[in-house]
Design a protein around this ligand. Sequence first.
Ligand code: ZN
Length: 224
Amino acid sequence: MPAARPRTNGFERPWSRDQLVLISGEVCITGCFLWGFYVSGDGGESSEIFLGIGPLVAYAVVFLARILVYVDLGLHDSSVGGLDFFCIKGRKFEDRYCSQCKKMVPGLDHHCSWLNTCVGSSNYGRFLSVVTLGIVTHGVHFVYAVYMLFVSEDGGWAGWWLCLGLAAVFVPSVLSLFGFHMYLLWVGMGTYDWMLKRRADRFNGGGGGKVKKVSAMRAMVDAY
Ligand SMILES: [Zn+2]
């Protein structure tokens, strides 16, 4: 639901449904992981490589880094400051208006409903960092859950099954998101431009992506 007045950051109301679903899922999977870690490590016979203090500290460092970047990204006002991240492709993306946040955003890539903030040139690096750290943490969740359920004799905890189920959703999601943005960076295109091109391709019957009718293109931009 669009805001009634300009939103300055991702934690400001109105909160999006996707944002609340994501936070709930993250809290749930982290809780399951830590609970399984605690229970399985308490008198179990699992390998210390998996349940020792070392892996837990390494996980905690990555997890903390992810939380810090996530909060920093959420509190950042995408309409001001920051580096022009897109310049690595020799191209600067347009400043655009976000109808969800009701504000102009320099180099707007897209409005992320999961983070409930605009991703533009000032925070694109932070956005990619959150996604990358998400791959690491959810990859760890997945590997640990598989190990504890199917390799270790300590397997069978309900927490590990729930952890595995959530990781099976999170891992492909963050991997595909990361891959998609690597592709966009490779071709020098922003998410917004990619969506417009895709719609234009459909409108023109898949014929090469050349927009033939400017008025139709304008209508699609307005509808976005
Ligand atoms: Zn926005």
